[in-house]
Each structure stands twice: as structure tokens, then as C-alpha cells.
Design a protein around this ligand. Structure first.
Ligand code: GRF
Length: 216
């Protein structure tokens, strides 16, 4: 099996990137993290990548005249590293339709809410303000609209009476670290089929018959 060369794009601490790197260490994992790319040269996540022998680079968006110039530099680096899949992991730049089109069906994002609820920022605060009882996270394919695109996986957590945005974020983050590697695994293994907004995974077909047809 040839592992799919994957780039993780970050802007900050990169805990999801670390979860992807750890999972991708398994020899049978169908993707390898071949590049960690940040738009911020001081992103703490870059140090982890470096310490773990992963190629890493920063393309500082501030030195470019516009979004597309910035993205063309990123695209050149991604091509240089023969990247096949992109995982956005706390990458805090909006991407242009041009860049997104280059990676259609090959670029994933993780969002800290149960989409389509709570697109955008401050999801945990907003969930608490609204008094919802269930919150969570979502992995999805990237399309030109922010925090939209066919959903691959979601995980829910219960909102507790004494939750703060921080405590809720921490429990959601634990789930992010589970569903993101699982989503990359399915994409890289060619197990995902997209029809309109729906994503079907053929893991069920690969599971033993006893799991596929639980007794009624
Ligand atoms: C995560 O909550 C992710 O869902 C969101 O940004 C945060 C990034 O955290 N897109 P980290 O850098 O992966 O730790």
C-alpha cells in the first residue's frame, strides 16, 4: 500500500496535527504526514513537527499583497512535497475558491461544533449561551463556503451544568483527536463516496458480518 502524502495546515498549537501525526505512525495507516505548513512562523505546532522529523514550513501571509499570492506560494510548496491530501487543523485563513478548487475532494477541515450549527468562531461560548445540551465537533470536506461541505464524521459531547467555554472545549477537543485521524484514514484508504452533501463510508462492508447485522 502506498501511503497518501498528507499536509497538515496549522496556525497555532496544532493539537489536532499532533493527533494526526501520532495515528499516522502506525505502519498500516493509509496516509503519512509529509508536511506541516503554517501561515504563522511562530506557530507552536511547528516545533512539534520539527522535533518529530516532519518537514515543516511557514508561509507568512502578512508578506503577500493578497490572498491568492499567498496561496500560490503555499500551492508551490505543496506541489514540491508531492502532497495529495490537505488537513486543515486550526488554520485561521479563509481560502479562495481558486485554492479550494485545486484540492476538491482532497481537503478536510475540523470544526469545533456540530455543523451546521455554530459555524465560525467562539463556538463553545455560543453553545453555552444558547443553553444547548449537546455540543461536539465535525470533520468535513472543504468547499468555498466557510464551515460548509459534506460531513464525514461528528462526535457529540453532553454539555454539563458547570461547564465553562474552556471545560467544554477540552472535552470537544478529545473527540476531535479521535474523529480527525479516523476521517483521514477513510479518505486516504479510498473508503469515502460523496453524493451531494452526503458522505458514505464503506467501512460497513469491510466489517465482519456479525457487526454489520447486529441481532434485532
Ligand atoms: C480546534 O478546536 C479545531 O476544531 C479548530 O481550531 C482548533 C485548533 O486547535 N478548527 P489545535 O491547533 O488543533 O490544537
Amino acid at each position: 500500500m502506498r501511503r497518501k502524502r498528507t499536509a497538515v495546515l496549522i496556525s497555532g498549537r496544532g493539537s489536532n496535527m499532533q493527533a494526526l501525526v501520532r495515528r499516522a505512525r502506525a505502519p498500516a495507516f493509509p496516509a503519512e504526514i509529509a508536511l506541516v505548513l503554517s501561515n504563522r512562523p511562530d506557530a507552536p505546532g511547528l516545533a512539534f513537527a520539527k522535533a518529530n522529523g516532519i518537514a515543516c514550513a511557514a508561509v507568512d501571509h502578512k508578506i503577500y499583497a493578497g490572498r491568492e499570492e499567498f496561496e500560490r506560494s503555499m500551492q508551490a510548496l505543496l506541489e514540491l512535497h508531492r502532497i495529495e491530501i490537505i488537513c486543515l487543523a486550526g488554520f485561521m485563513r479563509l481560502l479562495t475558491p481558486w485554492f479550494i478548487a485545486q484540492w476538491q475532494g482532497r481537503m478536510l477541515n475540523i470544526h469545533p461544533a456540530l455543523l451546521p450549527a455554530y459555524r465560525g468562531l467562539d463556538t463553545h461560548e455560543r453553545a453555552l449561551t444558547d443553553g444547548v445540551k449537546i455540543h461536539g465537533c465535525t470533520t468535513h470536506f472543504v468547499v468555498p463556503a466557510m464551515d460548509e461541505g459534506p460531513i464525514i464524521a461528528q462526535a457529540a459531547v453532553a454539555v454539563l451544568d458547570d461547564d465553562t467555554p474552556e471545560s467544554l472545549a477540552a472535552r470537544v477537543l478529545e473527540q476531535e483527536h479521535i474523529i480527525y485521524p479516523a476521517s483521514l484514514e477513510r479518505l486516504a484508504a479510498g473508503m469515502l463516496r460523496v453524493e451531494g452533501n452526503r458522505v458514505f463510508s464503506n467501512d460497513c462492508a469491510a466489517a465482519p458480518a456479525s457487526l454489520r447485522n447486529p441481532p434485532a
